[in-house]
Design a protein around this ligand. Structure first.
Ligand code: AVI
Length: 309
């Protein structure tokens, strides 16, 4: 069980003391959460991963032609590094690939596979949380830098935090850097709703797994049958919201603390912002970046942007 002063425990108790109650989405990704997220990415309703891969497959060459030779590539939150191939194969003699991720096992297996595929390329994994300040001078050879931030992970940050994050990436990469960002688009609400309320219930399991993790790691007593997953689209804010709704009035213990829930009360667990070209351009520009290239598929399902300082 986590020590009483652990960061996870503090974050959980802080979130559940708010009105309305919240839990941070960064804690979704324990081993089970990561496996469930991989299943989400393969769901027929979850178009994000497929649409982004298709965009990169179709336009990877064109995107790579806008990037100088010998670039050092940094992927923020690289996970299994599945998407970077679609750029690496087109880049002109890249100098290095630096995947940054909190999962050491993901980093190690991705690095092994990439070293086999690109024997001449320097692969320098960094085990870190990409939201923190990163110094990569040791990993990156001198020369141009390219950041890669796919998957619409930017959408999981509120716009002010998203701006700060992009600014931090630009600082890490340095003067004259470029940054490729994948973000989900605003679209038909039914399609958005289906993607986060899938028929097989995988997203519900992913959301509820946060309570299971609290039970296991923090000595929580959540009864998972007494909470249900809801993911409505908040049109005014332009985001899908994930919630866990308490089915009855109940009290839950977490370590030494007690948290009470009213029947119907929500724990807000995640936001997933959807961005139009204008929305994203404004966020990039507030971060000191200009949009230099935009790729959107014909159904306008997903967008990939190339930004520059
Ligand atoms: C990681 N992130 C971009 C996903 C999203 O779509 O916001 C997380 C997710 N939540 C529910 N389904 C997928």
């Amino acid at each position: 069980m986590a020590p009483a002063g652990s960061e996870f425990l503090r974050a959980v108790l802080h979130g559940l003391a708010q009105t309305p109650k919240t839990l941070p989405c960064t804690y979704f990704y324990d081993a089970t959460g990561a496996r469930l997220f991989t299943r989400i990415c393969r769901l027929p309703e979850y178009y994000l991963t497929r649409s982004e891969m298709a965009l990169l497959q179709q336009h990877g060459g064109e995107i790579a032609r806008r990037v100088p030779a010998h670039v050092g590539v940094v992927e923020f939150g690289s996970g299994s590094s599945r998407k970077i191939d679609l750029l690496l194969e087109h880049l002109d003699r890249p100098a290095a690939y630096v995947p940054v991720d909190v999962s050491l096992s993901c980093l190690q297996s991705a690095a092994r596979a990439l070293r086999r595929r690109y024997p001449g390329l320097l692969i320098a994994p960094v085990h870190a949380d990409f939201t923190t300040h990163l110094e990569l001078a040791q990993q990156l050879p001198a020369g141009p830098k390219l950041g890669f931030f796919p998957g619409s992970t930017l959408g999981n940050f509120d716009p002010a935090d998203a701006t700060a994050l992009l600014r931090r990436f630009a600082t890490t990469l340095g003067e004259g850097c470029q940054l490729i960002v994948g973000v989900d688009t605003k679209k038909d609400v039914c399609r958005l709703h289906a993607a986060y309320n899938d028929a097989a219930g995988v997203t519900a399991a992913f959301n509820l797994n946060l309570l299971r993790r609290i039970n296991r790691e923090l000595g929580g007593t959540f009864d998972l049958r007494q909470f249900v997953h809801r993911a409505p689209y908040n049109r005014a804010a332009g985001r899908i919201e994930m919630h866990l709704i308490s089915l009855r009035a109940q009290t839950v213990r977490i370590g030494n603390a007690q948290v009470t829930f009213r029947a119907g009360e929500s724990i807000h667990t995640e936001n997933s912002y959807k961005y139009s070209l204008a929305d994203f351009t404004a966020i990039a520009s507030n971060a000191g970046l200009a949009v230099r290239g935009t790729w959107i598929d014909r159904q306008r399902s997903f967008s990939v942007y190339l930004c520059g300082g």
